[in-house]
Design a protein around this ligand. Structure first.
Ligand SMILES: *Cc1c(COP(=O)(O)O)cnc(C)c1O
Length: 508
């Protein structure tokens, strides 16, 4: 990635780094420390500042207890509370607020970062990512620029993107940034794709608004892609469905894809593909799609929210062969990378950076300068003000390296297979699809039990020992268990299977 290297401000960046490095960490420039006897300071805040070590010590202990007891933490909240509608005039101070939180809301916090929260695709938080996340609040940067006036923290974000590219074996000609989730990443990538379509037709949709239809082809887009089409003014109904391959698959049928491309007679279009469907973790054939690029002109997007991380393991990276040829890729870091919410990345080919900037530039703010010359995330993605979102991922990547993520991915797949085998071996259950990677899609065996599936799942989730989500697959009601948590072990699978057997024995 050489976006900022090429910028004219290169020297300023370098000198910025140099200046920072010549100052020992933690030593403030100019006058020292915060002064609690400052006259204009609010009294409650002054008290909290004086006792900040107590408060942080309490939080640290509480956090430690929570993380250490995570495997035993219920995965479902059992009580609800009355919501407060009035705010205290003076406030109660941080320690009392903590007490109030602990009395009212703490019991509602479920073990979603723990080893048996298998609903949706829910990652946990590695130890180092928690450290990075806490520091994100402490440093409270407004991460924008690589120029070194105001803030320079975007360098850390750009470094994190490069580390991710290396982790996933992607080439350096992707540029990217952090957004809140894969939904926003899909939105960001498709916004640039929309601008690309406009350019093909001599239009500037960012400036003049959308006019004319945008052609989108996809087989089984994630619901967040469809939501993005709604938000982008393209319309959630306006995508053309490519047939899915036969044989219990969820990837696109390439013959149907090519037939639909030919029918477009050269009209530019956006192809939305998937690296890992949420039901059965199927992948579109990226090598074959790469070949189509030599014959047809289209924007190619890959939603690889969690499935992209299969590239961390030599056993599974073949699933992604050819993906480096895409124009844009969505990655979720709060899933298989196991960093706290909200963390996701968009990657867009560097050759599109003019389109990226046209899409997101704050052109009416003169103090921001030329967005192409002076790189700033402000002109590069949907948000303006933003926290140093990359820091938890930076910590975790540095702390655990390629082996750490290979281990998480391979363990997740092993756990899914183990669970899948136990489902297959039990006469009460049946797999709805082969366990391709890290998700298990199953149901109660026998068509006569279809109506019992929601009740069974609800009772299972009510045990508080595991959480899974319902699905409908090939017209049948089913249940989905997704394995992406770094803590999940064999004993968790066994515990859940024992609970499932118990419930089936009683109710079915
Ligand atoms: C989870 C997921 C999304 C949406 O991600 P959020 O982080 O919830 O916004 C999009 N695509 C796929 C394939 C997913 O698994």
């Amino acid at each position: 990635m050489c976006l900022w290297v090429r910028a004219k401000r290169n020297n300023a960046i370098r000198s910025g780094i140099f200046n920072l490095q010549s100052r020992p960490p933690g030593v403030p420039i100019g006058r020292t420390g915060l002064n609690p006897s400052k006259k204009n300071m609010n009294e409650q805040m002054r008290q909290d500042l004086v006792h900040l070590d107590d408060l942080l010590e309490k939080i640290k202990q509480q956090g430690l207890d929570f993380i250490r007891q995570l495997p035993g933490r219920p995965t479902t909240a059992f009580s609800a509370i009355e919501l407060n509608k009035t705010l205290d005039e003076k406030g109660m101070g941080g320690a009392a607020a903590l007490k109030r939180f602990n009395e009212r809301f703490e019991p509602l916090m479920v073990g979603s970062g723990g080893p048996r929260y298998w609903g949706f695709v829910t990652g946990g938080s590695t130890p180092a990512s928690v450290a990075g996340d806490w520091l994100t609040s402490i440093y409270d940067q407004n991460t924008q620029s690589t120029r070194g006036q105001g803030d320079l923290s975007a360098l850390l974000e750009i470094e994190t993107i490069q580390l991710l590219l290396d982790l996933l074996g992607l080439p350096e000609d992707f540029i990217g940034g952090f957004v809140t989730g894969a939904t926003m990443s899909n939105f960001t990538c498709l916004a640039v794709a929309r601008q690309w379509i406009g350019k093909k037709e001599g239009k500037d949709f960012a400036k003049d608004g959308l006019n004319g239809k945008i052609k989108i082809l996809s087989a089984l887009p994630h619901s967040s892609v469809i939501k993005s089409l709604a938000m982008l003014g393209i319309g959630s109904n306006n995508f053309e469905k490519i047939a899915v391959m036969e044989g219990n698959r969820e990837c696109m049928d390439l013959e149907d894809l090519e037939a639909k491309i030919i029918a477009l007679k050269g009209q530019p279009f956006i192809l939305v593909t998937g690296a890992g469907t949420v039901n059965t973790v199927d992948y579109d054939d990226f090598a074959a799609i790469s070949k189509l690029r030599s014959s047809y002109d289209f924007w190619w997007h890959i939603d690889g929210a969690f499935g992209a991380f299969a590239a961390c393991s030599p056993n599974y990276k073949h699933l992604l062969a050819g993906w480096e040829n895409a124009d844009s890729i969505t990655l979720d870091c709060h899933k298989w990378l196991n960093v706290p919410y909200e963390s996701a990345v968009f990657l867009v080919k560097e050759q599109h950076r003019v389109l990226q900037t046209e899409t997101f530039q704050n052109s009416n703010a003169p103090y921001l300068g030329d967005p192409l010359e002076n790189f700033s995330y402000l002109n590069f993605l949907p948000e303006n003000s933003r926290r140093l979102k990359a820091l938890p991922a930076w910590f975790s990547l540095n702390a655990y390296g390629k082996k750490g993520y290979r281990d998480i991915v391979e363990n997740s797949v092993e756990m899914a297979r183990l669970f899948g085998h136990m489902i297959e071996d039990d006469p009460a259950f049946e797999l709805l699809a082969p366990t391709r990677l890290n998700n298990v899609c199953f149901t109660l065996r026998g068509p006569e039990n279809q109506d019992k599936v929601p009740g069974f799942l609800s009772r299972l989730n009510d045990t508080g020992k595991v959480f899974m989500t319902p699905t409908v697959y090939n017209g049948r009601k089913g249940i989905r268990a997704a394995f992406v948590n770094w803590m999940t072990g064999k004993e968790d699978i066994e515990l859940v299977v024992a609970e499932m057997k118990k419930l089936v024995a009683v109710h079915n």
